[in-house]
Design a protein around this ligand. Structure first.
Ligand code: APR
Length: 243
């Protein structure tokens, strides 16, 4: 831990790359591994354009359930630790695969959402996008402008990532000298290219996860444990290095 903290404190352009595991201690279920959402639901039935085409009500019932779960969730010490690292001037940005908005809620300012955000909806007819403050009411929700079918503004399997977010993540990964990879199985592309691009550009890679991940092969440091336990300790060590 001390070695990671020293390297992180000495970095000039550190970036975090997070997945569902960083929100696990906020009570938001992960997708893979024990108790993961994909153990109970089939992603191709809920998180694909074809699924939405086939049964928008079913897909919206699932997303409304996730919105309700996330609405009740608070950022946990892991989110707060990453926001603190940004305030300390150590972390330049958080690149996240999560759609729960908890990094911003924790105070992180520069957050790149590769997979969109569950608190935004998009009209499938006129293309307009709207923020939503709370879980949707009627299912399926309708566009207030044209009456078209609204969908969650999240990235489904087989869909392209938001162009702006991808470009920004690429630019951050290309200039990062340290990448803190937290709570991701590293199983899903193109998102999982980001830590590999950082590695190829010479960044030190630290992986925080209680288990194995598909990114362990590029890890210079592997800290086994829960993000809400590890990250606050890491921040405390970084603070000691900065004084
Ligand atoms: N702290 C840190 N990591 C944890 C914790 C925890 N408390 N609990 C679980 N993890 C780890 C798991 O060991 C796993 O490696 O978090 C990771 C979660 O992996 P996934 O469930 O696959 O989530 P993620 O990597 O974000 O999935 C990527 O896949 O389903 C799509 O679009 C969805 O954005 C998601 C993408």
């Amino acid at each position: 831990m001390e070695e990671v903290a020293r390297a992180l404190a000495a970095s000039k352009s550190a970036v975090a790359f997070t997945g569902a595991g960083v929100s696990a201690e906020s009570g938001v279920p992960t997708f893979r591994g024990a108790g993961g959402l994909w153990e109970r639901y089939r992603p191709e039935e809920l998180a694909t354009p074809e699924a939405f085409e086939r049964d928008p009500d079913l897909v919206w019932r699932w997303y409304k359930w996730r919105q309700e779960l996330i609405y009740a969730a608070d950022p946990n010490p892991a989110h707060l630790a990453l926001a603190e690292l940004e305030r300390l001037g150590v972390l330049k940005a958080v690149i996240t695969q999560n759609v729960d908005g908890l990094h911003r809620k924790a105070g992180s300012r520069r957050v790149v959402e590769l997979h969109g955000n569950i608190w935004r909806v998009r009209c499938t007819s006129c293309g307009r996008e709207f923020p939503v403050e709370k879980p949707v009411g009627e299912i399926p929700p309708r566009c207030p402008i044209c009456g078209g079918l609204l969908r969650p503004a999240v990235v489904w399997f087989g869909e392209p990532l938001p162009r702006g977010a991808w470009e920004e993540a690429l630019s951050l990964a290309s200039s990062a000298d340290f990448m803190l990879v937290v709570g991701t199985s590293g199983a899903v592309y193109p998102a999982a290219h980001i830590p590999r691009i950082a590695k190829r550009n010479g960044a030190v890679i630290a992986v925080v996860d209680p288990g194995e991940t598909a990114l362990d092969d590029i890890a210079d440091f592997k800290i086994r444990g829960k993000a809400a336990e590890i990250l606050p300790r890491l921040v405390a060590e970084v603070r000691r290095c900065l004084t």
